[in-house]
Design a protein around this ligand. Structure first.
Ligand SMILES: Nc1ncnc2c1ncn2[C@@H]1O[C@H](COP(=O)(O)OP(=O)(O)OP(=O)(O)O)[C@@H](O)[C@H]1O
Ligand SMILES: [Mg+2]
Length: 257
């Protein structure tokens, strides 16, 4: 049903300068679901999240959040609408303390609310909580990623965009993060996640979308994909997906962003 849709990409064409990366991409994400974005390196997965978060302006198409076109909105406006983004890689201020990094995550909330929420969020990440006044750069890689996720959760996001959260995390912490995402989704947060840890991620996801060269090549229930005997070949052995569904024609590469 239309009113159950949280995120909609409608014929989106986006890229960097003259290189179009997303080619007529259309998909829908249901409210309170976890959708896993799959595809080989360079397929455009991070570009989808960056475009949703307004870091890249599409040349064509619409991106709807609860039915409202959000193209052209600033990050501040998007944060205020409840979208939080945890990008791929490391995104902390290493010279600042854990606490100060958390405070920056709450910049749109005001100091009082931020200070109330910091201990609440860090309950999920006890190792980080113990290091509240350490420099962020002194945390282990996995602890830094947990801090980044915690910083995003301060906003109590309605939509969480999370790019490869498991990189550098030990398996037990990955499971904790996945459980947390599941809990957030059960509370109504819509999660759009890129993750190479395909099997584990599918287990907590509702839907799976696969891209190849910026085109949608598969959109299925995660449970269906998990049960697919070809999953190993498709996602774990570098197999190609093109042809799984009819792919739309590429867009003309004439954009200038
Ligand atoms: N800032 C940029 N300027 C120019 N090209 C870019 C930029 N960022 C990404 N690209 C190109 O866009 C394409 C898609 O990149 P993207 O980061 O979305 O891929 P991805 O699916 O997230 O890959 P990975 O699994 O390696 O993270 C790649 O060919 C990449 O080289
Ligand atoms: Mg990426």
């Amino acid at each position: 049903m239309a009113n159950d849709i949280c995120i909609e990409f409608d014929d989106v064409v986006a890229g960097y300068k003259d290189f179009m990366i997303l080619n007529n991409l259309s998909f829908k994400v249901a409210k309170g679901s976890i959708t896993l974005l799959l595809g080989p390196n360079g397929a455009g997965k991070s570009t989808v999240l960056k475009t949703l978060f307004g870091l890249l302006k599409p040349r064509q198409g619409r991106i709807l959040l609860n039915g409202e076109n959000i193209i052209g909105k600033s990050q501040k406006e998007l944060l205020a609408m409840g979208i939080a983004f945890v990008p791929q890689g490391r995104n902390l201020f290493g010279q600042l303390t854990v606490f100060q990094n958390m405070e920056l995550g709450g910049i749109t909330l005001g100091t009082k609310t931020t200070h109330e929420r910091i201990p609440e969020v860090l309950e999920f990440f006890p190792r980080v909580k113990e290091r509240l006044h350490s420099q962020a750069s002194a945390l282990s890689g996995g602890e830094q990623k947990q801090l980044e996720i915690g910083r995003a959760l301060l906003l109590r996001p309605k939509v969480l965009l999370i790019d490869e959260p498991s990189i550098g995390l030990s398996p037990i912490v990955v499971q904790d993060v996945f459980k947390l995402l599941k809990k957030l989704a059960a509370q109504g947060t819509t999660v759009l996640m890129v993750e190479q840890n395909v099997k584990s991620a599918l287990k907590i996801s509702d839907d799976a979308i696969a891209l190849e060269s910026g085109q949608l090549v598969l959109h299925k229930k995660a449970s269906e994909l998990l049960a697919d005997p070809n999953i190993e070949r498709l996602f774990l052995g570098g197999g190609h997906l093109a042809g799984t569904v009819a792919a739309p024609a590429p867009a003309p590469a004439s954009a200038d962003i």
